[in-house]
Design a protein around this ligand. Sequence first.
Ligand code: SF4
Ligand code: SF4
Length: 451
Amino acid sequence: MDIIMLVLGMASIGFGLAAFVISLIENEKSAAYRFLIVFLSIGSLFLFLSFSDTDVLMIVKLAIIMMTCVLLLLFLLPVGQKRAWKQQMPSLRIDERHTMFSRNELIPGTEAFESYYSEHPEKKALDDLFRSKAGLLKAESSLYHPLQFAAADASFETIATMKSQVNGAVAEKQVDCNPQEITTFLKGWIKKLGAISCGVTELKPYHLYEVGGRADRRNVTISNDHKYALAFTVEMSKEMVDAAPSGSIVMESAQQYLDSGIIAIQVAAFIRSLGYEARAHIDGNYEVVCPLVAKDAGLGEIGRMGLLMTPSLGPRVRIAVVTTSLPILKDESYHDYSMIDFCEGCKKCADACPSQAISFEPRENIDGVSRWQINQEACFTFWCTVGTDCGRCMSVCPYSHPDNWLHGLVRFGIRNSSAFRPMALKLDDIFYGRKPKPREAPQWTQPKNLQ
Ligand code: SF4
Ligand code: SF4
């Protein structure tokens, strides 16, 4: 028994030290010291017990060993991984004109403005509210920062210059491609270009917006007869996201829209040069609803905050899509019951949301699909108040921790065992805080001597 206590003590101290170092690297100073204190204390107690052998302490040792076995079983036993599951497909297509970005483009006094609100008078008061605020990236907004906002603006402007590149002429000569080989090539190349994950789905009607809502696509019925869609994700920097809702979040969002957009345009151009149709779907120029495509391409689940939750980085990603007629091999749609189950109990994003836009309730049936829906008007009104795209929900989500062995271990437990999920949530609250405060944006983004 003493040997077991000795091993447990050493393991606890070793784990505490490793978690301390990793947390310091992640710039999680409070978590680092909590790991150190908790695991060093437990480890020292175990070591002390391993060298003492009174009768009373024998009982304590036995109790500790049994408790450790129970905890290990809770972590390792595969319980509640799966529930009977049937793929749910929305029967309706989303009208892009109802999205906040589209409504934000309506200018009072124009025909488009009058026509939209005469057809949808119920949206007028909600939209008057966000219009009464300063607006995205505006100098009057409460979190205005001249450099951070200008940097984000510059990225969005660069994306706008890429608009004409999303589609183009297809080479006359078609290269005969083996579907397996070209799929492997595309996925390998997309990751080499900077993506974290990449998958393929057949393009389905509900992936496509019904009617366009942005710029010259407003009121245009969307039709796209490509058979396949390639979806991929790029990582958003943790340190930029952790300062959300300050200006670093919108800098990072814009940067990753740009980076993913460049990859999508490059890949679409490549496919067209092989003699097949291909269109890139990038920020401000989507024909598809990216999270729905990405889920069906096997990249993640849709969580409580309505974003794609990837297995390794949670919602801390941006998505781009290429639709194409090139025959490629499709992946299985993603379904991870453990994520949904974890979201059911977690609600950390809902607690942290400054506009109370995220539901605390269980999923609802919306258009034949069980899911959560955020209050997009409340969220967007907050964006227009602070001037950034907020991202507080993304920042606090336990799945947003970096992809390393420490968080990988917890993710394994969450996937593996429903009994471990509430424990993982409690541990996240203890070590990282239930409502963690926004961090400082990286120093280089906020020089002190601005005029
Ligand atoms: S914060 Fe919690 S509830 Fe919200 S999406 Fe992440 S895991 Fe789900
Ligand atoms: S982005 Fe901000 S306001 Fe919008 S849902 Fe997330 S936390 Fe709430």
